[in-house]
Design a protein around this ligand. Structure first.
Ligand SMILES: *Cc1c(COP(=O)(O)O)cnc(C)c1O
Length: 385
């Protein structure tokens, strides 16, 4: 990886309009300066501990292990503040915003989870916060719009394009051009132009650092396989980074079958990065579709594109039906209701036990978030089955 220019093999880069080159360069310098400053890193760890709920535990799944013939462990990001791993990234970027002397953060959001996390961090640090959200999503996820407003943020419905996540990213970038002096763009995953993929992965690497130590201390050794769901790819990049150098540890990313940029896409440029994207014959971006709003992004972080092309990580998909089965299984066998996103990783375990995952394998799944946000939807879909 060429960190200076943000390349991951042939992927990554900084494909932004001239007006944003300066902002990306400033951010890159500020991030690298902060991350090499022990005081900043101590503050990051401190806030994640006293506000974010870290470290999150790993849990051994006795009943799921018995059912699958595997040894299954979960990294419990569902127990972090706001209910998912997203808090790690927004705390890092909010601290960085303050360090750069900026008073405002903007963010994009799809289902609303990153918007809520951003609004949460902004409130904690006294920053103004504006969240761009496709109009379609503001209607589908009206409760999250209210959460953000309750936290003091302003939600701006985006009316362009398909009025969903990809359009919200476009609008946030457009806004950023006009106000870089006092505003930081808090991107929600390991995507976008350099330095975002590297920066967000670095903030999320706390998941990998913690869980590697926990596996050695509590599980008695490294896992054979680490599995995580992949939307933009931040929870996966966070946990994978902890095991990337352990050659014996297989890494598996699980995409939504209806939004599988690594599995079904081809190289192209989207939102400032070269990566795998889903587009049609005319090069137009295809809307991704999944039961889980957090995974229907038509691209993927460039580091995943690189891990896939070098073979360091494998990528698979899970269908909506398998995902629902996985939600029910984990709820009833382990007393944990997973987020629909995280249930993709569980679905892979259930399907591949005894196949891609040989009997007796020690498996670590990143449970990226809790399912409370999804129970109304899960009830509807199960009732309609
Ligand atoms: C947002 C979200 C995801 C998808 O984002 P990544 O960047 O791929 O991690 C996955 N799980 C949960 C619980 C989320 O909220």
């Amino acid at each position: 990886m060429d960190l200076a220019h943000g390349h991951f093999g042939e992927f990554g880069g900084q494909y932004v309009p001239e007006a944003l080159m300066g902002a990306c360069a400033e951010l890159s310098v500020a991030f690298h300066d902060a991350w090499s400053d022990q005081e900043f890193r101590d503050e990051f760890s401190h806030v994640l501990a006293e506000f974010g709920g870290r470290p999150t535990p790993i849990s051994y799944c006795a009943r799921l292990s018995q059912e699958t013939g595997l040894e299954v462990w979960l990294k419990r990001e569902d127990l972090a503040h706001t209910g998912s791993h997203k808090i790690n990234n927004v705390v890092g970027q909010a601290l960085l915003t303050a360090r750069m002397g900026k008073k405002r953060m903007i963010a994009e959001t799809g289902a609303g989870q990153h918007g809520v996390a951003s609004a949460t961090a902004a409130a904690r640090f006294g920053l103004e916060c504006t969240v761009f959200m496709g109009e379609v999503d503001t209607i589908r996820q009206s409760l999250n719009v209210f959460r953000m407003e309750l936290l003091g943020a302003t939600v701006v419905p985006v009316l362009s394009g398909s009025k969903t996540l990809k359009d919200a990213v476009n609008e946030a970038m457009r806004e950023w051009v006009t106000c870089v002096d006092d505003t930081h763009y808090c991107l929600g995953s390991v995507m976008g132009p350099h330095p975002f993929p590297e920066m967000v992965r670095t903030f999320q690497s706390v998941i990998g650092v913690e869980s590697r130590r926990q596996m050695l201390d509590i599980a008695g050794g490294l896992p054979d396989v680490v599995i995580a769901c992949v939307g933009g790819g931040s929870n996966a990049a966070g946990i994978f980074s902890g095991f990337e150098k352990d050659a014996s540890v297989k890494l598996v990313g699980v995409e939504a079958a209806g939004g599988a940029a690594v599995s079904n896409g081809k190289p192209g440029i989207l939102h400032g990065m070269r990566t795998y994207i889903l587009d049609d014959a005319d090069g137009q971006i295809i809307e991704a579709h999944s039961i889980s709003a957090g995974l229907d992004y038509p691209g993927v972080g460039p580091e995943h594109a690189a891990w896939s092309s070098t073979g360091r990580a494998d990528y698979s998909t899970a269908h909506d039906d398998e995902v629902l089965d996985a939600v029910v299984k984990l709820s009833q066998l382990e007393g944990i209701i997973p987020a629909l996103e995280s249930a993709h990783a569980i679905a892979y375990v259930l399907r591949e036990a005894g196949r891609e995952l040989p009997r007796g394998s020690r498996v670590l799944v990143n449970l990226s978030g809790r399912g409370d946000k999804d129970v109304a939807q899960i009830r509807e879909v199960l009732a309609a089955r």
